[in-house]
Design a protein around this ligand. Sequence first.
Ligand SMILES: O=C(NCc1cccc(CNc2ccc3[nH]ncc3c2)c1)c1cc(-c2ccc(F)cc2)cc(O)c1O
Ligand SMILES: [Mg+2]
Length: 221
Amino acid sequence: TGSTRPQRILRAVQKNSTRGSPCSVVNAIDDYCKHKEWAMNVGDEKGIIVDDVVLELKPITVLELGTYCAYSTVRIANLLPPEAKLITLEFNAESAAIAREIITWAGLEEKIQLIIGASGDWIPRLKEEFGIETFDLVFLDHWKDRYLPDTKLLEKCGLLKPGAVLLADNVICPGTPDYLDYVRNSPRYKSKFYRSHLEYTQEEDGLEHSVFLGMAGRGAE
Ligand SMILES: O=C(NCc1cccc(CNc2ccc3[nH]ncc3c2)c1)c1cc(-c2ccc(F)cc2)cc(O)c1O
Ligand SMILES: [Mg+2]
């Protein structure tokens, strides 16, 4: 039985990057996925937008939905302040195992908590199981039909405080129409679109940046 794509990505990281250097890990994955085989990392073009958002916001608590091979996990964690923490949720146990190895290789295991499970099950447990009050930044990159229900769940669980940022990948390709409609039309969010391209391609894609304004904007319940 052959290797899986995540296994081949891990091998490329171990071969072409330096232990303890998150930048070299990110570059090794981008090189592999540009020249050898495509993979669903946020990638270098959208990655620059993610970097800018993180550097501007300086989040202390970050939630990532959808780890895959930990490309964005490593990219984000590398830019966080020293006391900051990132919790990342991954449903697929195989890719989670690879992600754990890549996080360790990058030397970021102290900053990152990887949980294997589904967002719907875990979001309601984060407060009491991880002592989380609220998240400053949520990066949505998991199943596209889960972006909206999970956003509503985060609201319901009181995990967002005014000023918190939701940064959503793939709002054009594959697309998240119900999520976009919600954050762009709800009084609870100030939303803006960052136009870009699908990772490693010329296809249209982009990130939606939505600032939570609080539940006061209750409007029609
Ligand atoms: O679909 C995508 N990513 C999500 C995803 C995909 C597969 C498995 C999982 C399993 N992981 C998982 C599930 C549920 C979860 N709940 N909580 C955590 C959690 C984690 C997650 C995606 C697709 C494309 C794409 C593909 C093809 C194409 F032509 C164009 C574009 C590009 C992307 O950048 C993408 O991000
Ligand atoms: Mg994505």
